[in-house]
Design a protein around this ligand. Structure first.
Ligand code: SF4
Ligand code: SF4
Length: 293
C-alpha cells in the first residue's frame, strides 16, 4: 500500500563534517528564512489527505526554527505524520521536547550514527532515552554508513546497539555514481553486517528498479530547503523530474506513475513507502526498518 511521503530537506546546515558525506560542503549550508518557513507550513497545511513529512538536512536540529517553529507548526496546523532523519547530536533536553511535542504524531526517527563524531555508547544512550519517550506506534531506527577500512568499528557499534535492543540499518557507502567499490577484504567483513541479499528493510544497497512502475512524483516527492520539488533523488541528480517550487506557487504533482529510467535507486524511502511496483508490498503498519538518507 502506498503511503504518501515528502522528504523535506529542512536546512542544508549540519553541525558535523563527516569525511564520507555525500553532500558537498558547498551544499551543506543555509536554511529557509522566517518568511519561507511560514510559506512551507502553509503549503503543508494545504495538502489534501494525510502525508508523512520526513525531515532531513544537513541536520534538522541544528536549525533553530526546526524546534522553534516547524515542529510546533506542523503539529498545530496539519494532521500529517512527522518523521526525521537526525545525527542525534541535539542535547537530551531538546530531544525530550521533540518527543513530547510530536507524541502520537511521530512516524519514524531515523538516527544516524557517525563514528567520526560520536561513540556507539553515547549514541545508544540517547537513542534509548528518546525511544522511551515515543509512543508505541512510532519507530526508531539506527543507521550507519559502512565506511571502507573501518568495518571492525562498525561491527563493534552494531554489537553495542543490538545489545540495547536498537534496530541497526547498515548503509553501503555511496559515491556520486553509485555504491563504493569495497575491497575483497571489506566485502567479507560486510557480509555479517549487511547479509547475503538484504531487502530494503534490512539494508540500503542501492539496487536498480529500472523499468518498474514508480509513483514518485505522484505520492512522493523530495523538497529542498529552497522549495524546489523533485520526483525522486535520482531524477534530481539527472536534472529530471522537476515538479516546480512550493514557495513560488508553481508546484504540481504528476497525475500518473512513470516507469523508472535509472540504474540506481539510492534511497530506500520510496521502496519502503510502497512507491515502486513489486517492491516492499509486504510492508504494513510501521514495519519500516530501512530509513537511509
Ligand atoms: S551528519 Fe550527515 S549531513 Fe552531516 S556531515 Fe555527516 S553525513 Fe553529512
Ligand atoms: S525506482 Fe527509485 S530511482 Fe527509479 S524513479 Fe522510483 S524512486 Fe526514482
Amino acid at each position: 500500500m502506498r503511503r504518501p511521503t515528502i522528504e523535506w530537506q529542512v536546512c542544508g546546515h549540519c553541525n558535523y563534517d563527516c569525511t564520507y558525506c555525500i553532500q558537498s560542503k558547498a551544499s551543506r549550508q543555509g536554511h529557509p528564512s522566517d518568511d519561507e518557513v511560514t510559506k512551507f507550513l502553509a503549503f503543508f497545511s494545504s495538502l489534501p489527505n494525510r502525508w508523512e513529512i520526513k525531515m532531513t538536512g544537513g541536520e534538522p536540529f541544528s536549525f533553530k526554527a526546526f524546534m522553534g517553529r516547524i515542529i510546533p507548526g506542523l503539529v498545530a496546523t496539519t494532521s500529517h505524520k512527522i518523521s526525521v532523519l537526525t545525527n542525534l547530536s541535539a542535547p537530551n533536553a531538546v530531544l525530550d521536547r521533540f518527543a513530547e511535542t510530536t507524541y502520537g504524531r511521530l512516524g519514524v526517527v531515523s538516527a544516524s550514527l557517525h563514528l567520526e563524531f560520536a561513540s556507539a555508547e553515547e549514541f545508544a544512550d540517547k537513542a534509548c532515552r528518546l525511544r522511551e519517550r515515543m509512543a508505541a506506534d512510532a519507530t526508531l531506527v539506527c543507521n550507519s554508513v559502512m565506511v571502507p577500512g573501518q568495518l571492525e568499528a562498525a561491527a563493534r557499534a552494531q554489537a553495542v546497539l543490538s545489545a540495547r535492543g536498537l534496530k541497526f540499518f547498515p548503509q553501503l557507502m555511496k559515491t556520486k555514481s553509485g555504491v563504493f567499490d569495497y575491497t575483497e577484504g571489506d566485502r567479507k567483513r560486510l557480509l555479517p553486517l549487511v547479509g547475503e541479499a538484504p531487502s530494503p528493510r534490512q539494508a540500503n544497497v542501492s539496487p536498480s528498479y529500472r523499468g518498474r512502475l514508480c509513483y514518485t512524483g505522484v505520492d512522493y516527492f523530495v523538497l529542498t530547503q529552497r522549495g524546489e520539488a523533485w520526483s525522486c533523488r535520482t531524477a534530481r541528480r539527472f536534472n529530471e523530474g522537476y515538479l516546480g517550487n512550493v514557495l513560488e506557487g508553481s508546484f504540481a504533482r504528476r497525475q500518473a506513475p512513470a516507469r523508472c529510467n535509472y540504474d540506481i535507486c539510492p534511497c530506500t524511502v520510496p521502496a519502503n513507502r510502497g512507491m515502486i511496483q513489486g517492491v516492499g508490498d509486504d510492508l504494513v503498519g510501521n514495519d519500516l526498518l530501512g530509513e537511509g538518507p
